[in-house]
Write a protein that binds this ligand. Structure first.
Ligand SMILES: [Zn+2]
Length: 343
């Protein structure tokens, strides 16, 4: 099959469109012919390399896959060749206490598809059969692939961890990111008031179209001042973070008394300052969040089917132009998901 692989870590020039061995399904596994694969920041980290993380090389990235079952391994009965499927983007052991409880993202072996395994930047990908979810009919592959990881992550953050309530003020940092564009929609489904940030007028307009009530241009407005103005000096009940060092002080400074800050990542750096005076005097809560579980993605898919949540696709590239696709993300030219169309 054709795949986009890197043999050593580095820039986008390390991504090679080349022949790779066809995957063969073992017991309990399926091979899926990829229709589309969406990009995530995780893919950029994998390609650049992370200290102490031994990625198998050569490596095929890609966590978000929509496609058609090509072949099934021994013992697989609930899906068959020819079925359309949307893949659950997390791999877990399926036999520990957390997996039994349905909290697969708490499994010690949990990792995204395409992290330590080969992912979806390819014509075919192999996954456990339990990862092959029913396809949300009516969506193009490029739209379906834009759903799983970002919507599941944003759902886990706002619904499961923060227990978002109607009428709350939610500050969503980075409207143009995949996870930000998902979070705006989820917060509106829960009848929250959404304040969000972006760096260009075009992105701010798209954020409004997705339902944001107030938008902040972070290049010329101070986020915490605008949040205070919009909320009558209260601050935000929830701050949705994934940027890290570049926005951290504005994010924590925007919290209301008893507010909660939730973070799922730090694309601009992990080392941040936290003023404990604010933590105890304002009784704020800082929470981490790591991807999500199958039942959360199934909740998301139900709302996608109902038209209440919509995949946001920014750019579509053919598989062989994966390097150009990653460059769009790296340069933050996108609003929503960058997707590879395969086959
Ligand atoms: Zn487990």
């Amino acid at each position: 099959m054709k795949a986009v692989r890197f043999h050593e870590h580095g820039g986008t020039d390390r991504l090679r469109y080349e022949d790779a061995p066809d995957p063969v399904p073992g017991p309990g596994e399926v091979v899926v012919r990829v229709g589309a694969c969406a990009l995530n920041y995780l893919d950029l980290w994998e390609r650049k390399g992370l200290p102490g993380v031994p990625f198998p090389l050569p490596h095929i990235s890609g966590s978000d896959v929509a496609g058609v079952v090509e072949s099934v391994g021994p013992g697989v009965t609930h899906v068959k060749t020819g079925d359309k499927t949307l893949l659950f983007p997390g791999l877990s052991c399926m036999r520990c206490e957390e997996c039994y409880r349905g909290r697969d993202n708490y499994c010690r072996q949990y990792a995204a598809l395409g992290y330590f395994s080969d992912g979806g930047y390819a014509e075919m990908v192999k996954v456990p059969a339990v990862n092959a979810l029913p396809y949300p009919e009516g969506l193009a592959f490029t739209d379906a692939a834009a759903v799983p990881l970002v919507f599941m992550t944003a759902w886990h953050m706002l619904v499961t961890r923060c227990r978002i309530r109607a009428g709350e003020d939610v500050l969503i940092i980075g409207a143009g990111s995949g996870v930000g564009s998902a979070a705006i929609q989820i917060a509106k489904v829960f009848h929250a008031r959404v304040i969000t940030t972006a760096g260009t007028e075009a992105k701010l307009e798209k954020a409004r179209e997705l339902g944001a009530d107030f938008v902040i241009d972070h290049t010329r407005q101070k986020i915490r001042d605008e949040v205070r103005r919009v909320t009558g000096k209260r601050g935000a009940d929830i701050v949705f973070e994934h940027v890290g060092a570049a926005t951290w002080e504005e994010s924590t400074g925007s919290l209301a008394h008893h507010g909660r800050l939730i973070t799922c990542g730090a694309t601009t750096g992990h080392d941040v300052r936290l003023n404990l005076l604010h933590v105890f005097a304002k009784e704020i809560t800082v929470m981490g969040s790591y991807m999500g579980s199958k039942h959360e993605l199934l909740d998301v898919i139900r709302l996608v089917r109902a038209g209440q949540l919509k995949p946001v696709v920014s750019h579509v590239f053919p598989l062989k132009e994966a390097a150009a696709a990653q460059a769009v993300m790296e340069n933050r030219e996108h609003f929503g998901k960058v997707v590879l169309s395969v086959g």
